[in-house]
Design a protein around this ligand. Structure first.
Ligand code: PMP
Length: 342
């Protein structure tokens, strides 16, 4: 019974019905959608149900189409979660800190307060502290595992315990799950009443430019997400390109990036200004250094752009460095050695 968690206006919504919902055959005389009849490969509206791409992604990941929502990046799914479940100005969400910034931005746009629960010094998560932050107006709990920017994945058993105990919706953002050995919660999301897992084609799948994110949940929640999205939220161009790129295996690229992550994690602590390299289950490393702003500017001057997290709660003195191809990581290491001598 998802209705008891939904905003009443969403539970009562009659969605927009597209012209193409009435006829799904491939061949016809299409005079229903006021499109141009001149074929250039994109003169027709895209399939609002994204059937081909859903079938392909579903087959790759073992997710039935009815459990899968595709959005304009996982950022769209994050926004939709607030719009489905949280009453603006009244409800709130609980999220961990530090974590991905879009949870609080999307919440603010929707006028939803976010109660941020600080992770421990080693970025582990205190379940009791997290659950204690919720009250009866807390509709959604946002977790990110592996977490951005700390890089660590939380133990699966801990996440399952939180999902069991929290009476609202739990979102687990698995954007970086392909780089982790800790295991996904996708299978749990297929049947549970209150779990939404987010994944994306932007990271290991190397398609950040296409803007395709996934939400995996029970069929009821997926149906409501599909009702609320813009009807044509994924373009013909993005879906065609994704279908082509999904033919290419990514195992080798992911294996190289994981090896490179471990190479960097082993070499960085040898530098005199590096205080801590936090363990990572993702394609980046969070590194605490003696002067984060100074090092950030030094690297920038040499054309190496990392993410300065110095002013983020729990990340004082930290830079986040994405793992690149070996030559890029060598360039980073060389610049860091130069900095050590400067
Ligand atoms: N979740 C996390 C944890 C992220 O770090 C990012 C992007 N940096 C996203 C979601 C957004 O992904 P997408 O490109 O699918 O919108």
């Amino acid at each position: 019974m998802i209705e008891k968690l939904l905003r009443p206006n969403i539970a009562a919504l009659t969605p927009y019905s597209t012209a193409r919902d009435e006829y799904s055959g491939p061949i016809g005389v299409f005079l229903d959608a006021n499109e141009s009849p001149y074929d250039n490969g994109c003169n027709r509206y895209p399939d609002p149900h994204q059937a081909r791409l859903k079938a392909r992604i579903g087959a790759l990941k073992g997710i039935p189409a009815e459990n899968l929502f595709l959005g304009n990046g996982s950022d769209e799914a994050i926004d939709l979660v607030f719009r489905l479940f949280c009453e603006p100005g009244r409800d709130n969400a609980v999220a961990i800190a530090p974590s991905y910034g879009m949870y609080t931005v999307a919440a603010a746009i929707n006028d939803i307060a976010v109660r941020q629960v600080l992770l421990e010094e080693d970025f582990s998560l205190d379940t009791e502290k997290l659950l204690a932050a919720a009250d009866d107006r807390t509709k959604v709990l946002f977790l990110c595992s592996p977490n951005n920017p700390s890089g660590n994945a939380f133990p699966k058993e801990q996440l399952l315990g939180i999902i069991r105990r929290f009476p609202g919706i739990v979102v687990i953002d698995e954007a970086y799950i392909d780089f982790s050995d800790k295991g996904s919660l996708v299978e749990e999301a297929l049947a549970r009443e209150n779990l939404i897992v987010l994944q994306t084609l932007s990271k290991a799948r190397a398609m950040a430019g296409l803007r395709i994110g996934l939400a995996i949940s029970n069929p009821e929640i997926i149906q409501y997400m599909s009702m609320v999205k813009y009807p044509y939220n994924l373009s013909v161009a993005a879906m065609e390109k994704a279908l082509a790129l999904l033919e290419k295996p990514i195992d080798e690229e992911v294996a190289i990036l994981k090896l490179e992550r471990e190479r960097l994690a082993a070499l960085l602590p040898e530098l005199p200004f590096v205080r801590t390299v936090f363990p990572s289950d993702a394609n980046f490393l969070l590194v605490r250094v003696s002067d984060a702003d100074g090092l950030y500017r030094f690297l920038l001057d040499r054309g190496i752009i990392v993410r300065n997290r110095n002013r983020v709660a729990g990340c004082a003195g930290c830079l986040r460095m994405t793992v690149g191809i070996p030559a890029e990581n060598d360039a980073l290491l060389n610049a860091l050695k130069e900095y050590a001598l400067s």
